[in-house]
Structure formats: structure tokens, C-alpha cells
Design a protein around this ligand. Structure first.
Ligand code: G3H
Ligand code: 13P
Ligand code: ZN
Length: 322
């Protein structure tokens, strides 16, 4: 089947109590690792491209890689989505250039300005059969060149969501309930430690999610910053020359819980980066004589596939839903 929008996916996910994985793609091995897992697990999937990914790999290469995945995986629905579109022009360029979904992220702007920019993108996108994700609230962490300190982050205000969705006409809404971008989602002093000394982050604000869902019945909610930062990969990085002290993510059981509620899209990038980097570091450490990129990219791709499979089956609940 050709690329699809997320409309049907989200309807089914909402009704079925699961979420679609939205994985960031930057090169061929990442596209292949993700889509091979989705194909085997019969899972619908959103492949998302950030402004940074377009700058790194080039729009055309990324679109063509995703189109190749569509040909290789005809039995699963695939969405091509712009992640954190910074302005109308970038969204327009992706809408004109073959994407089926875009995010306009004007969440750092004042409420009225966010509405105005989002509405403009929605009008253009809908005229071209493309759906739009918008955002209310600010996540902490790093995305592209924007670094939001924890103290500058703010939870979504549920009392704003109805007006925002009604005035913009957006198709899904990303909210801030305590997730955060990157591999260092919380500082050690924001966490407690369990009996093994592992950092335990503060719980997500399910009260905010529930209030938003009550005000927007049936409307798909998106969670950004939802990597779990698997400690086995942090350890792999650190035992093979890396330095990622106190990297910590969102506990998987909380994401699973969110997926059973109104959250229909869960964004994951850092866990794929960690998987790839840990695997390549280990390979280099164990095979200092090797220099053929295929030899280290092959296990990296295989491990990305297993990381994604684990998410589909155990976290998102979307395996078998294609
Ligand atoms: O939310 C940000 C994603 O992890 C993409 O990261 O902007 O470095 O490509 P990037
Ligand atoms: P992570 O950094 O938690 O993987 O979040 C990715 C994301 O939100 C992409 O938009
Ligand atoms: Zn994000």
C-alpha cells in the first residue's frame, strides 16, 4: 500500500488501547531496522524526520529511503511525518515533498501565536490531504538546536486544549506531562534510587493526561520524549569507552499505561541512537582491526530491529495491528 496518513491508525489505536510508534529516521540502516521489525510484528508505523535529519541526510534521500521501505513492506501502513516542524515554510516544503503528516511545533510561542501559526499550517496541509500534529506545553531537553532547561519546561494546561484544537483544526496534539527529549531526562536530584542504585524518575502527570482526554474525548494525544534509555545499552556504551553517566528515561510501564489511555503516538529516537552507538562501540572495542562499515552497521541495524520489536510488543501494544 502507498504511504498513508495517521487518521485511521489513530482511530484504531484510540479504540484498541494501544499507541503507534513514531521512530526518527536519519539513514538507511535505521529505516531498515525499524521497518523490518514492524513487518515481522505486523505493526503500523510512523517514520519521522526532523529538521536536523533533513539537514544531515537531505530531504530527497530520506523520502526515497522511506519509499523503499513502503515497497519492501507492502503489508504494513507507513506514515512519513515531519517531526518538530519549526515554521510554516518547513511544513510546506514537506507537504509539497511527499510527507503524509507534519508537526508544527510553535509550543514555545505565546498561546495566540501558536494558534495562528498552527492554523495556517493546518489549512495548507488539509488542502493537500496531509494531517497535522501541534503542541501545547513545553518539554525539557534537547531537540535540534533548541535546549529547554528543566526549569523552563511547563506542563500542558488542560483548560487551554479545547480552544486550541477548535481554533486550529489540528488532527492530534502533543502534550507535556513530564517526558523530556534526549538521554538525560532527569537530573539525579530529581530522581530517587532503587535498591540496586538505579535512578528512578518522578512519575508522569497522568492527572494532566486524564483532564486533557476528558476535555477532548476521542482525540489522539501524542507523547514526545518517550525513550526509556535502556540501562543495558547505557552500560554497553560505558564499558566500551563511552561516557553517559546517569542517563535515564521514562519507565516502560508508564508508557504502556499512557498507550491504553488517549495517547495514540509515542515518539522514540534516543533509544535507537543508544542502541546503535552501544553496538558499534562494542564492535570497535572487540574488533580493532576491522574497518568495513558494513561489518559494524549490520549488528547495529539488527539491534535497532530488536529494540523496536520490544517496543511494539511490550510497550506500545501495536504488534499485530497492521
Ligand atoms: O525530538 C527530537 C528528536 O530526537 C530529533 O532529534 O532534532 O537531533 O534530529 P534531532
Ligand atoms: P526521545 O529523545 O525520548 O527519544 O524523544 C524523541 C522525540 O520526542 C522526537 O520528537
Ligand atoms: Zn519530540
Amino acid at each position: 500500500m502507498p504511504l498513508v496518513t495517521s487518521t485511521e491508525m489513530f482511530k484504531k489505536a484510540y479504540a484498541g488501547g494501544y499507541a503507534i510508534g513514531a521512530f526518527n529516521v536519519n539513514n538507511m540502516e535505521i529505516v531498515q531496522g525499524i521497518t523490518e521489525a514492524c513487518k515481522e510484528e505486523k505493526a503500523p508505523v510512523i517514520l519521522q524526520v526532523s529538521k536536523g535529519a533533513r539537514a544531515y541526510a537531505n530531504h530527497t534521500y530520506l523520502v526515497k529511503l522511506v519509499e523503499a521501505a513502503v515497497i519492501e513492506c507492502p503489508e504494513i501502513p507507513i506514515v512519513l511525518h515531519l517531526d518538530h516542524g519549526p515554521d510554516f515554510e518547513t511544513c510546506k516544503s514537506c507537504i509539497d515533498g511527499g510527507f503524509t503528516s507534519v508537526m508544527i511545533d510553535a509550543s514555545s510561542k505565546p498561546f495566540e501565536e501558536n494558534i495562528e501559526i498552527t492554523k495556517k499550517v493546518v489549512e495548507y496541509a488539509h488542502d493537500h490531504g496531509v494531517v497535522v500534529e501541534a503542541e501545547l506545553g513545553t518539554l525539557a531537553g534537547i531537540e535540534d538546536d533548541v535546549n529547554v532547561a528543566a526549569h523552563a519546561a511547563s506542563y500542558t494546561r488542560p483548560e487551554e486544549v479545547e480552544e486550541f484544537v477548535a481554533k486550529t483544526g489540528c488532527d492530534s496534539l502533543a502534550i507535556a506531562i513530564g517526558t523530556s527529549h534526549g538521554a538525560y531526562k532527569f537530573t539525579p536530584d530529581q530522581c530517587t534510587r532503587n535498591e540496586k542504585g538505579i535512578l528512578v524518575p518522578p512519575p508522569l502527570r497522568f492527572d494532566v493526561l486524564e483532564e486533557v482526554s476528558k476535555r477532548l474525548p476521542g482525540f489522539p494525544i501524542v507523547l514526545h520524549g518517550s525513550s526509556s534509555v535502556p540501562q543495558e545499552y547505557v552500560k554497553m556504551v560505558n564499558t566500551h569507552g563511552g561516557k553517559m553517566p546517569d542517563a535515564v528515561g521514562i519507565p516502560e510501564e508508564q508508557l504502556r499505561q499512557a498507550a491504553t489511555l488517549s495517547v495514540c503516538k509515542i515518539n522514540i529516537d534516543s533509544d535507537l541512537r543508544l542502541t546503535m552507538t552501544g553496538t558499534i562501540r562494542e564492535f570497535f572495542d572487540e574488533h580493532p582491526d576491522k574497518f568495513d562499515p558494513r561489518e559494524y552497521l549490520k549488528p547495529a541495524r539488527a539491534n535497532i530491529k530488536e529494540t523496536v520489536r520490544h517496543k511494539l510488543v511490550n510497550v506500545l501494544g501495536c504488534a499485530g495491528k497492521a
